[in-house]
Design a protein around this ligand. Structure first.
Ligand SMILES: [Zn+2]
Ligand SMILES: [Zn+2]
Length: 320
């Protein structure tokens, strides 16, 4: 019988709804063979996750999802098998987490200027780990004193997604620029920590919709990321419908093959707020085979081999 895995999930260390122990329990119940834990700019669930995975007999793949930028374009890069205890890396993560808090405060201030009742403490209370846009939108929507303004703006009380779309995305009045890794720096950092760098959800970030058809007009980014050292592509991910998903999987499988990138997959399970799909892509046709993890591990071994050769050469006086 084919064994399935999920390499992209979130816990309460970022914007997921479950603790890492609860997530692992759910993965066991879903009969997954391996689980990647990839919180946004956080590795806080990994120590407990690895230990709990060992305890219950589930292979846990340690990871982290980095928000990165190539000029204006945002990408999410998944780093797997990082040496995440390294002090310099922990320091960098703490800096980005602090930046996220500062950004949340600035957005809240902008929303106050727009006439919405919302305060930082309330939003902080909604988030276990990092504050993300859905927490902010939810705080506005659930506050009854905002109802009149929301109905005036939207015609009815909007969903979290609609509120974000109108106020908190790039052209929205309360938008604040994000700060994260430069994408090249992120890939290099992942490699320097012995990890494997994979581009998350290309089916969302590299595809546009024109006249209800999917248009693959951003593949040039893949070539650029490959030049920066990208190792893999999260090809097996779900987009809107089975039809759209099939089109994207076929397209990005070809791209991965042409660029010699490994193929991975994940649900982007959050367990709350309607982001991502069910754990292990339960209830949809698409599944992620264990062979994806085998490719990931092969890539990791090559990376470790490369790093140890670098060390040997520099010890011998040859600089790479
Ligand atoms: Zn993402
Ligand atoms: Zn994610």
């Amino acid at each position: 019988m084919e064994e399935y895995i999920d390499l992209h999930t979130h816990t309460i260390a970022s914007d997921g709804g479950l603790s890492v122990v609860e997530l692992i329990k759910k993965a066991k119940e879903a009969n997954l063979k391996a689980l990647g834990i990839t919180d946004h700019d956080s590795v806080d669930s990994l120590d407990v996750g690895l230990k709990e995975g060992e305890r219950v007999g589930l292979e846990v793949v340690p990871g982290c999802e980095f928000s990165c930028y190539d000029q204006e374009k945002e990408f999410h890069i998944l780093g797997y098998y990082l040496d995440y205890h390294k002090a310099s890396f922990q320091k960098k993560l703490r800096y980005f987490q602090w930046k996220r808090e500062e950004r949340a405060k600035a957005i809240i201030k902008n929303l106050n200027s727009c006439g919405f009742q919302i305060d930082y403490e309330e939003v902080r209370g909604l988030a276990f780990g990092s504050i993300v846009l859905p927490h902010i939108a939810e705080a506005v929507i659930r506050n009854k004193s905002n109802e009149v303004k929301l109905v005036a703006d939207f015609g009815l009380v909007p969903s979290v997604g609609n509120f974000i779309g109108r106020y908190l995305t790039k052209d929205g009045v309360a938008y604040v620029t994000k700060e994260g890794f430069d994408v090249k720096e992120a890939i290099e950092t992942i490699h320097s920590l012995g990890g494997v760098a994979v581009l998350a959800h290309p089916a969302w970030d590299l595809v546009t919709v024109e006249n209800e058809s999917l248009v693959f007009n951003q593949d040039f980014y893949l070539k650029k990321l490959k030049r920066f050292g990208l190792d893999g592509l999260e090809v097996l991910t779900y987009r809107v419908s089975d039809d759209q998903t099939r089109t994207c999987v076929t397209h990005f499988t070809d791209q991965a093959r042409n660029l010699d990138l490994i193929v991975t997959g994940g649900s982007d399970y959050h367990g709350c707020g309607g982001i991502g799909k069910e754990l292990g892509l339960e209830n949809v046709y698409l599944k992620i085979p264990y062979s994806c993890l085998e490719s990931l591990k092969r890539r990791r071994n090559e990376q470790l081999h490369f790093l140890s050769n670098c060390k040997k050469r520099s010890a011998g006086g040859c600089s790479l």
